[in-house]
Design a protein around this ligand. Structure first.
Ligand code: ARG
Length: 569
């Protein structure tokens, strides 16, 4: 049983013994327990202030009386300080209960049984014929981690890569291809060749205005399903996806669906008809819009004056289709905060259409910007760092460090890849997602900092201790874990499940990242203060149980943020 639960029961009993007439709603629940900022003040504290009114008694007196009634030394002792009852775990029993729980749950620790709920995660959602650059890093790793966290807590997850594969720019690209491109050149040059064609189109369009019309005509052909246009466009799409797949493979990311914007081409009629029926469409400069002034937002554009649909129209169609198709309980959009307004508009329009679930079940999981070694990312100035290059650099740099630190390591290449990619992912998920990230190599790859490699290294260290341990083991004597360092570590291990739950509640994987980082730090502190493999067999057995728990929880925590844990480094 979790300690919070155990202490809450103890507390509840104590309160009802001390004050039998207190009405039921005032009895403390588990979340009434606070974690004191300093463990010298106890493992949990219960503030009695809220009982002062119903009991007409001063909080310090209540605390005294409850603390007296709460004596169950095998779970925790209780002391009153001011208006608080402070609980101190019974160290040996606490160690036993945490370690046995982790051992029996294994990689399901902190997880939950299937709950029958479905979450759709719209993430990564790259654009066709564009480079996968570090601007897309956050959405990809955040979405991937959230999918794992939801699955761990019993949700069915559907990962959707809502491809940006629709828009007039693709008509222009085909026009450019027809004028100056060949398959040979495009096949060889890949996305770079497509980008060049696109740039050339814009350059030439300045002097030959007919080009724009040609581009529009090609886009109309795509819309109408003209075979040639469709063929060219699908090949562009394939090329982009093949490129992206390399990055996804490195990150271990997969999707359940690649239904992007073009998928909704024939599903937008329903949206437009419904909006019209519900009298939500008004004309504005020839375009059809939904007025959102009452909510202090600019109008949501549904149809342009030429009848073309927009990004928002496709998102409306996508939301309805996903609701019908997956019957989701939640639909998350992991997209940069620049699109805040867009999603507020889309959710509001759905609500106005009568889909009350939109407001409750759909959420824009926004995140900040990524800059690279102090430089902002900007496509226009050509200042883009390609994600595949970044990951390759990460691998090379990790390899250099590993060569220097562990020259004898086998599988160096593999480990370097895992460490390099881990460093990038860990940095991205370390801080609250809304914060901007400035990516620096030295910081991300520092083996002694708040980094992926540091946590991976700690995991490898725990594996190495376990490898060295003699197989025959005595029954663990948990009193060998009564020291402060072991207890600090146990406390963090016992709170790991709360971190996973809060990560889901706030769609904030950094809660898990922080939790594994704290566990790694506490283990290293323990490791420097105590000799795990010395002394009595039963003491060794207990310390090995602790080491094994650290290894398993770090591995699980890293898994939940999409990072692998090598056994040797
Ligand atoms: N392709 C878009 C971009 O790169 C993100 C799409 C996000 N998903 C959505 N349903 N709108 O900006």
């Amino acid at each position: 049983m979790e300690m919070r639960q155990a202490v809450a029961e103890l507390l509840r009993e104590a309160v009802s013994v001390a004050y039998p007439d207190l009405p039921e709603p005032f009895l403390p629940t588990p979340d009434a327990l606070e974690v004191p900022p300093d463990s010298g003040m106890g493992d949990f504290a219960y503030p009695c202030f809220r009982l002062a009114k119903p009991l007409r008694t001063a909080p310090p007196l209540i605390a005294q009386k409850v603390a007296q009634a709460a004596a169950r030394p095998l779970i925790a002792s209780a002391e009153s300080v001011g208006g608080y009852v402070n609980f101190f775990f019974h160290r040996e029993n606490f160690a036993r209960s945490v370690l046995e729980e982790i051992k029996s749950r294994g990689q399901r620790y902190g997880g939950a049984e299937a709950n029958g709920k479905t979450v759709v995660l719209d993430y990564s959602s790259i654009n066709i014929a564009k480079r996968f650059h570090i601007g897309h890093l956050s959405t990809t790793v955040l979405g991937h981690s959230l999918a794992r966290i939801y699955a761990h807590l019993g949700w069915k997850t559907v990962g959707v890569n809502h491809l940006g594969d629709w828009g007039t720019q693709f008509g222009r690209m085909i026009a450019a291809f027809k004028h100056w491109g060949t398959w040979e050149m495009v096949e060889q040059g890949g996305i770079d060749a497509l980008t060049e064609l696109y740039v050339r189109f814009h350059r030439e369009a300045e002097t030959s205005p007919d080009l724009e019309e040609e581009g529009r005509a090609w886009f109309r052909k795509i819309e109408e399903g003209d075979p040639e246009a469709t063929e060219i466009f699908s090949r562009f799409k394939e090329m982009t996806l093949k490129d992206a797949q390399k990055v996804y493979a490195l990150l271990g990311v997969t999707f359940d669906s690649y239904a992007g914007e073009s998928f909704y081409n024939d599903k937008m009629g329903r949206v437009v008809d419904e909006l019209r029926e519900k009298n939500l469409l008004i004309e504005s400069d020839g375009a059809q819009v939904v007025d959102l002034e009452a909510w202090k937002m600019p109008p949501c554009l549904i149809l342009k004056s030429d009848g073309a649909t927009l990004y928002a129209t496709r998102d409306l169609a996508a939301a309805l289709w996903r609701k019908d198709h997956y019957g989701f309980d939640k639909c998350l959009y992991v997209v940069a905060y620049q699109q805040n307004l867009h999603f507020r508009q889309v959710f509001k329009v759905l609500e106005l259409m009568g889909y009350g679930w939109a407001g409750e079940q759909m959420e824009h999981v926004a995140f900040g910007m990524v800059s690279y070694e102090g430089q902002a990312m900007s496509t226009r100035e050509g200042n883009v760092v390609r994600l595949d290059e970044l990951l390759t650099r990460a691998r090379e740099k990790a390899l250099e460090i590993i060569r220097e630190k562990s020259p004898g390591l086998e599988d160096r290449e593999d480990t370097a890849r895992i460490v390099g990619v881990g460093a990038v992912v860990f940095t991205t998920l370390l801080n609250s997602r809304i914060k901007d990230i400035d990516f620096w190599w030295d910081r991300a790859l520092n083996f002694d900092g708040d980094t992926g490699p540091y946590v991976q290294y700690t995991h490898a260290r725990s594996c190495s201790v376990l490898r060295k341990a003699e197989p025959p083991q005595a029954e663990p004597d948990y009193s060998a874990l009564s020291d402060d360092e072991a207890q600090a570590l146990l406390r963090l291990l016992s709170r790991f499940p709360e971190a996973v739950r809060s990560a889901l509640r706030d769609n904030e994987p950094s809660d898990v990242t922080r939790a594994v980082l704290d566990i790694a730090k506490a283990f290293n502190r323990y490791y420097y203060e105590h000799r795990i493999l010395d002394g009595e067999g039963s003491g060794i057995a207990a310390r090995l149980m602790l080491t094994r728990a650290v290894r398993d929880v770090i591995r699980l925590g890293l898994y939940l943020i999409g990072v692998k844990a090598p056994e040797k480094m």
